[in-house]
Design a protein around this ligand. Structure first.
Ligand SMILES: NC(=O)c1ccc[n+]([C@@H]2O[C@H](COP(=O)([O-])OP(=O)(O)OC[C@H]3O[C@@H](n4cnc5c(N)ncnc54)[C@H](O)[C@@H]3O)[C@@H](O)[C@H]2O)c1
Length: 244
């Protein structure tokens, strides 16, 4: 079960945090890994059990996406699993959110997923898997992060559209909605006493997740065993949204 041997997984934003955790989990199950990130991914590649390669990429640069995907075709020959994971989050109240910041968040978190998918799908065959990392902020509104919430809500609809449009190719698409995980993105937030208290009070499991705790679900979604699951939006949040 959950054998990813001979599979090629492309993961955006995998030079740290949840992307790194998924890269390690896929590699442990036998997949070869391509990391696409702005940040250097070589240190992660060195820790993998299988073949891996880092490609420097800004997911907003369409021409570079095309170039990197062509290079992946030369290096690995195909793509079996695509994880759209790269993301940014900087909370500000609506009145203090500039259009520049709004555009940047929507662009990285949404257009980036669209563009990387657009160029990856032609290299994917029947049995291909797309996993979009959304957020519970895409299903439940959190004050102070309007652009982020909107981007993640749109990722959920994009996932359902991928599922519908790519079904005829035999490619599935699902989204994971994490709650709060310990990653570089949430480091400052999780250092605040208010946030720690809020998690104790509001998250039934009363703690943030470790990044590795996304691995099992991601491996399942990447594997043959998830063959009948597509268009699903899966919450992984320690129970937080049960009572929101
Ligand atoms: N950590 C959490 O609690 C949490 C909760 C819900 C959803 N998420 C989502 O999970 C995903 C991963 O987040 P994380 O917590 O690991 O964050 P992170 O900051 O640790 O990792 C994000 C990665 O994306 C890369 N990246 C950012 N902009 C990029 C760009 N333009 N081009 C290429 N790469 C880019 C960064 O370099 C970084 O390596 C994000 O989509 C995030 O919104 C995280």
């Amino acid at each position: 079960m959950f054998d990813l041997k001979n599979k090629v997984a492309v993961i955006t934003g995998a030079s740290g945090g949840l992307g790194e955790a998924m890269a390690k989990a896929f590699s442990l199950h036998g997949a070869k890994i391509a990391i696409l990130d702005l940040k250097d991914g070589e240190p992660i590649i060195k820790k993998l059990k299988t073949k891996g390669k880092y490609y420097h990429l800004d997911v907003l640069e369409e021409m570079n996406i095309e170039r990197v995907i062509n290079q992946i075709k030369k290096d690995f020959g195909k793509i079996d699993i695509l994880v759209n994971n790269s993301g940014i989050f900087f909370p500000t109240p609506i009145e203090e959110t500039s259009s520049k910041d709004w555009e940047k968040i929507i662009d990285v978190n949404l257009r980036g997923y669209f563009l990387v998918t657009k160029y990856s799908v032609p290299l994917m065959k029947k049995g291909g898997r797309i996993i979009n990392i959304a957020s519970i902020a895409g299903t439940h509104a959190f004050a102070g992060s309007s652009a982020y919430n909107a981007s993640k809500g749109a990722v959920i609809m994009l996932t359902k559209t991928f599922a519908t449009e790519f079904a005829q190719k035999g490619i599935t698409a699902n989204a994971i909605c994490p709650g709060v995980f310990e990653t570089p993105m949430t480091k400052d937030l999780l250092n605040s006493k208010e946030m720690q208290q809020m998690i104790k009070n509001s998250v039934p499991l009363a703690r943030p997740a470790k990044a590795e705790e996304i691995g099992g679900l991601a491996v399942y979604l990447a594997s043959e065993e998830s063959s009948y699951m597509t268009g699903s939006i899966i919450t992984l949040d320690g129970g937080w949204t049960c009572h929101l």
